[in-house]
Design a protein around this ligand. Structure first.
Ligand SMILES: [Zn+2]
Length: 209
């Protein structure tokens, strides 16, 4: 199966929905992480520009969340737990370690939920995954994320997932599309640029010393 980006033309930083989702926490590998998913509306605000929810669905979800705040809060808790599980599983694999059993359990629990709402539909020459349920199902974002994570975790592409090498704890995950798999930074504009500037500064300092 093609990646989400190719398949759906979604606007993703990493090319994978599950990795972009994992990066909704900033400074993820530091002791001062910054949480972006601070409310159910913030979860929608993250998902909206990517393009896998229609505008109509977004409106329905925001309305449903207003009407059922306790349920929306529960879904947000599940989303954050799933995000942390996905992040730590991919980071462990990228570091050549075995993912923790607790993280695997969280992912598998969400996988069971998502499979119970899935069906395969014939699409001309192949089958597509389709979500079953209402447009206003508050947890439908998780269905898409679990699907993306399952696909990336079970294929050869998992070897291309890396953790930003920034030594201050950026910790963002990336999908390495370089031919020799040499990528180190979440982005050359961000951490890669900072590392380059620091090396330059340290070299200059060493030369003037
Ligand atoms: Zn980074």
């Amino acid at each position: 199966m093609a990646t989400d980006r190719v398949e759906n033309n979604w606007k993703l930083e990493s090319g994978w929905l599950c990795l972009d989702f994992a990066n909704t926490m900033e400074w993820h590998a530091s002791d001062h992480p910054i949480e972006n998913l601070t409310s159910y509306a913030a979860l929608i605000a993250w998902a909206r520009p990517i393009g896998f929810l229609t505008d109509r669905t977004v409106q329905q979800l925001l309305r449903a969340a207003d009407q059922h705040p306790a349920e929306a809060a529960r879904i947000l808790d599940r989303a954050v737990a799933l995000r942390e599980a996905i992040y730590h599983i991919f980071a462990a694999v990228a570091h050549g370690q075995t993912p923790a059993a607790a993280e695997q359990s969280i992912l598998n629990a969400e996988l069971s939920r998502s499979l119970s709402k899935s069906r395969l539909v014939w699409n001309k020459a192949t089958f597509d995954w389709e979500r079953q349920g209402e447009h206003s199902d508050l947890d439908q974002i998780l269905w898409w994320i679990v699907r993306s994570a399952s696909e990336l975790l079970t294929g050869e592409d998992i070897k291309r997932v890396g953790v930003c090498a920034d030594d201050r704890g950026c910790g963002w995950l990336f999908y390495d599309t370089s031919r020799n798999g040499s990528r180190q930074w979440c982005s050359m504009r961000g951490c890669g640029n900072r590392a380059k500037a620091r090396r330059h500064y340290e070299k200059e300092r060493a030369e003037t010393a």
